[in-house]
Design a protein around this ligand. Structure first.
Ligand code: BES
Ligand code: ZN
Ligand code: ZN
Length: 493
């Protein structure tokens, strides 16, 4: 993809589509409206006065072959009220605009930057939106496949701006959006295509392409390390577990402790012997979304050349019932020596994370962030807009909040009070893997907390936000978390 900043007037930009944001509260005599009207023979005034197009957010009108302009299409993009215009709105408006002209053979798409948001942030959001909009969850369609034709993205501005700064920001947007789309593609892979070994293979391919170091452990190494909790979950499947360690040495000479990112990689979650009902199983290929987010974030971190040491950990298993599967009531032993009574084999995510977090703690991490499609309870609590976060350290919480402000991926903090811990006390082992019915996302987080000790740690439960069945403009995997993880590691202004 070619990405360029074009410092000229929108009137003279030659492209296949020019996206022109127009505000609802743009006054009649405003320069832009006057200029647009002049170029379009009074059309804007007419559309607005007849209320055919009122510039409300996401109201889109496409003008083909405007005679006096060099673009083949002018996409009039309703941008809502000026005061609500921000980079996150730009990103989602651009996605809506590109979807509107889906199927048109667009090669060069331009976005006109309005002065309401500074060019650095607006250009990046527009690039992200344009690339995110090209994702299609149709890898396995043999007919009617839509292939994105976009080859070049232009950000048009005639403001006084720092070209290098804006171009760097646009490149960052490109890297982040490509990584997000990579995660979405991988999450979308069905269980018969991507099992733990294939997930590890995908990680190896990413590592080779972008210069990450990688180690992939199989069951012998997991036995050696005493990762009994991962092994117990994997027992039911014929597919062996894998543990993937990705390393980015961005500060090889520094004594700094590494930042550790951990992602739940259950390539299919049937529930195991505590079998899920059919309907709840339908989307369980998506139970590796945390792992995919970590892999994609590591890719972006490498490509951005972030000057920090970062380790990505992916415990990968398939959770199936069989004659070898772990049973409800079994007692297993995690890497840090904690014994766990497995009450419900469907609470498998926390079991594989237990060993991965213990390993992260052993690496003497500066801090650990884990991301997982962990509980149905978080979806009950927060619906499908915000992911739940849990954090044992205020400074890290601030850092994660700033990252979420940058990425636009919404989070909501849930509590970790000690009183909740008694829900996971077991009468026969150190802890059990489920609490009672209530506050299920919290008891899951309390369980994870047992494996991080005093290391600053944040847990992100993305069970409600990883997949959409077609609500709004997104269908399929969202890639939630990729951009936030990168911003957590590499704070960018
Ligand atoms: N993978 C699921 C959580 C999930 C639910 C993800 C819905 C995406 C959408 C997890 O492994 C699970 O099954 N959790 C159980 C825990 C329960 C047995 C305590 C749940 O939430 O029902
Ligand atoms: Zn489960
Ligand atoms: Zn699961």
């Amino acid at each position: 993809m070619k990405i360029r900043l074009v410092k000229e007037s929108w009137e003279s930009v030659g492209c296949d589509a020019l996206i022109m944001p127009v505000f609802e509260d743009e006054a009649e005599g405003d320069d832009l409206l006057v200029a647009l009207d002049e170029k379009l023979g009074g059309l804007i005034n007419e559309l607005r006065s007849t209320q055919e197009w009122t510039s409300k957010a996401e109201q889109i009108s496409v003008i083909y072959r405007p005679e006096k302009l060099k673009t083949a299409r002018l996409i009039l993009l309703g941008a809502g009220k000026k005061e609500d215009y921000d980079p996150h709105l730009i990103r989602s408006l651009v996605i809506a605009a590109v979807h509107k002209v889906k199927g048109d053979n667009l090669k060069t798409v331009a976005f006109y930057g309005r002065s309401q948001v500074e060019s650095k942030r607006a250009s990046r959001a527009a690039v992200e939106g344009l690339i995110l909009a090209t994702y299609e969850a149709d890898d396995y369609k043999t007919k009617d496949k839509s292939k994105s034709s976009v080859e070049e993205i232009l950000f048009v501005s005639n403001e006084n701006l720092d070209v290098d700064e804006v171009e760097t920001s646009m490149q960052r947007g490109e890297i982040l959006a490509n990584a997000t789309n990579m995660a979405r593609k991988l999450v979308n892979e069905p269980g018969n295509r991507v099992n733990p070994s294939r997930l590890a293979q995908a990680a190896s391919e990413v590592a080779a392409k972008c210069g990450l170091e990688i180690e992939v452990w199989g069951e012998p190494e997991l036995e050696d390390k005493g990762m009994g909790s991962i092994l117990a979950v994997a027992r039911g499947s014929d597919e062996p577990a894998r543990f993937v360690i990705l390393k980015h040495f961005g500060a090889p000479d520094s004594e700094d402790k590494p930042i550790v990112l951990v992602g739940k990689g259950v390539t299919f979650d049937s529930g195991g012997l505590s079998l899920k009902p059919a309907q709840s199983m339908e989307e369980m290929k998506g139970d590796k979304a945390g792992a995919c987010a970590v892999l994609a974030a590591m890719q972006a971190i490498a490509l951005l050349g972030v000057k920090k040491n970062v380790v990505g950990l992916i415990p990968a298993v398939e959770n199936l019932p069989s004659g070898r599967a772990q049973r409800p009531g079994d007692v297993i032993r995690a890497m840090n020596g904690t014994t766990i009574e497995v009450i419900n084999t469907d609470a498998e995510g926390r079991l594989i994370l237990a060993d991965a977090l213990s390993y992260g703690q052993q690496l003497e991490a500066e801090f650990i962030v884990d991301i997982a499609t962990l509980t149905g309870a978080v979806v009950v609590a927060l619906g499908k807009l915000r992911a739940g976060i849990f954090c044992n350290n205020e400074e890290l919480f601030e850092r994660v909040s700033r990252a979420s402000d940058q990425s636009g991926e919404k989070l909501w903090r849930l509590p970790l009070d000690d009183e909740y811990r008694k829900e996971i006390e077991s009468s026969i082992a150190d802890i059990k893997n489920v609490g009672n019915r209530w506050g299920g996302a919290i008891t899951a987080a309390k369980f994870l907390q047992e494996f991080v000790g005093d290391v600053p740690w944040c847990h992100i439960d993305i069970a409600g936000v990883d997949l959409f069945k077609g609500e709004g403009s997104i269908k399929g995997p969202t890639g939630f978390g990729v951009r936030t993880l990168v911003e957590i590691v590499d704070q960018f202004e």
